[in-house]
Ligand binder design. Sequence first.
Ligand code: NAD
Length: 294
Amino acid sequence: IKKNGKKYAKIAHSVEQAAVLGAGIMGGGIAYQSAYKGVPILMKDIKEDAIQQGLDEASKHFAKGVERGKMDSARMAQGLSRIRPTLTYGDFGSVDAVIEAVVENPKVKKSVLAETEDKVSEKAIIASNTSSISIDLLAADLKRPENFLGMHFFNPVHKMPLVEVIRGAKSSEEAIATVVNYAHTLGKTPIVVNDCPGFLVNRILFPYFFGFQQLISDGADFVKIDKVMEKFGWPMGPAYLSDVVGMDTSQHVEEVLAEGYPDRMAQDGTSSLDVMVEKGRLGQKSGSGYYSYE
Ligand code: NAD
């Protein structure tokens, strides 16, 4: 990034107006971060209650900022007003960049991306926040694959500095530069990575989850494992982290990795994660996962 910094700065388009698709854990977090850093953002979902939840999350973060003396209530109101919730593509014609953050399912994502491409201007960049799905696979049916790439934030968005910028085979240098620049505007540290299932971080993180799930299958206590990993120095253990990420999302990522690396990442049998999904214990977002949040 340092080496390419000047080159990127020269060709990046400025993102004055952004949009995010999905107001879930990630979409809500991205909307907050963009609004907090001064870039107005449309937040679209297909469910009204998801939009409300996304707005509530953003309000909570702004309120914390006020509580900690980082901003006053006028600045909080101004920040919140930069998030424009919507159920339609009405104002998408004027956005410079769209970040797609809907469910981790290639079919759903492809259909949402095609729909979006028809609503935005020809110059607009479209980035997917996918955790694992190949950018080239998502780009396959797009009319303007040069304007498409990955922009992978981590959870929780307001705390995690890293953003993986994923270069698809057809992504233009301008698109890469624009997203690198936007990530800097959001106060993040972007790294440009090549396209492959799981990209960089999740190819490292998921084998850790697999190890954890195998220990659970062997009868280990997840609370003890969490405590051990905290003592090891990680900010949270794997069970708690699974709850933060969301079991359904992790399960989708596991499927993508198993398909991408059948020899190395395919797991045998039913894991504790599969059991959680089956029981509807999706983690913090559903009120319970390994732990209970009621
Ligand atoms: P989530 O389940 O919290 O939210 C998904 C949202 O997308 C829901 O509100 C749903 O109503 C909405 N949605 C579904 N179809 C839609 C459509 N057609 N248009 C608009 N909105 C639609 O999921 P999440 O955890 O926020 O994950 C979203 C994406 O971000 C996934 O690709 C996931 O892999 C990725 N991601 C997740 C994490 C994480 O830790 N959860 C981290 C990084 C990246």
